[in-house]
Write a protein that binds this ligand. Structure first.
Ligand code: KIV
Length: 316
């Protein structure tokens, strides 16, 4: 109904697994990862052959209109993950652990990761931070939950970092990124997102690790790339980060479509014959009969219609 069906459109497709993704490090086949926040977008990215779908806490900014990801809750993440999971047939689903759902302690991290797996139907979780969360990652992995790390620009720390700024600059900055990456690999992460760091630093990290790196604003030398779906589609308005390449301009296309709709509604040309049901023949027989202005006309449901199970093509 309403132009969708209730589950993924890809019945016989094999899921991308964590071992598949790890194997890409050796095979050299790049990993394509995109964010999604709802069922409709999930189906489209899955159909396009995206390997990994991330329900990022960027949903706070993209879906909720917040200025940072900080207020996003675990319940909100689980809600969006569930919707996305229903749209995926092939792609691996990663759910983001939001701010303060894991930083407090390794135990809190395991509990929150477990909730995203159970309530959000995720297949792995992502969390931000390096050496300071290595123990948390280790404990989550020991619980049987695959973990993606995220270092460089970590948006949940935007205030500590002084803004959404490039990280890993200078010798000290580069050393920190390298040390964080090694700590996460040793803790058991199966992949690491590198956000907004110089390309040569990302290349060094990629060469050093035996797990895949997935870059966003980290140059072409990573083992994969990730973009926010609304940036990629050109749906976002306002300032865009340098790395956010637009592969389409659907924002302008959407405004054009909505404007055309407004114009047709105002002109009375929508709905036309193609969007209108057949006329009620019974009413034609009664043509000329008076309908009391005080009594609403009763809808004449036939007994067949009342007994019939809800037909999925009711709208056609
Ligand atoms: O929240 C998110 O969408 C992310 C990606 C930008 C990597 O963390």
């Amino acid at each position: 109904m309403y132009g969708s069906s209730g589950s993924s459109g890809a019945p016989n497709v094999r899921k991308v697994t964590v071992p598949d993704l790890r194997a890409r490090k050796l095979s050299g086949e790049k990993i394509a990862m995109v964010t999604a926040y709802d069922f409709t977008m999930a189906r489209l990215v899955d159909e396009a052959g995206v390997d990994v779908v991330l329900v990022g806490d960027s949903l706070g900014m993209v879906v909720q209109g917040l200025t940072t990801t900080i207020p996003v809750t675990l319940e909100e993440m689980a809600y969006h993950c569930r919707a996305v999971a229903r749209g995926l047939g092939r792609a691996h689903l990663v759910g983001d652990l939001p701010f303060m759902s894991y930083q407090v302690s390794p135990q809190q991290a395991v509990e929150s990761a477990g909730r995203l797996m159970k309530e959000g139907a995720c297949e792995s979780v992502k969390l931000e931070g390096g050496q300071e969360v290595a123990e948390h990652v280790h404990r989550i992995v020991r619980a049987g939950i695959p973990v993606v790390g995220h270092i460089g620009l970590t948006p949940q720390s935007v205030h500590a970092l002084g803004g959404f700024k490039v990280q890993g600059r200078g010798a000290e900055g580069a050393e920190k990124v390298l040390a964080d990456a090694v700590a996460l690999e040793q803790a058991g992460a199966f992949a690491i997102v590198l956000e907004a760091i110089p390309p040569d630093v990302a290349e060094q990290v990629t060469a050093l690790l035996s797990i895949p790196t997935i870059g966003i604003g980290a140059g072409a030398g990573c083992d994969g790339q990730v973009l926010v779906c609304t940036d990629l589609l050109g749906l976002a308005r306002g300032h865009q980060p340098k790395f956010a390449k637009r592969f389409a301009n659907l924002g302008d296309a959407a405004v054009d479509a909505f404007s055309a709709y407004v114009a047709e509604v105002r002109a009375g040309t929508f709905p036309g014959a193609g969007q209108t049901y057949k006329a009620n023949a019974a009413l034609a027989v009664q043509a000329g009969a008076q309908v009391s202005p005080h009594r609403p006309r009763e809808i004449a449901w036939s007994s067949d219609e009342l007994d019939a199970p809800l037909a999925l093509d009711l709208w056609h």
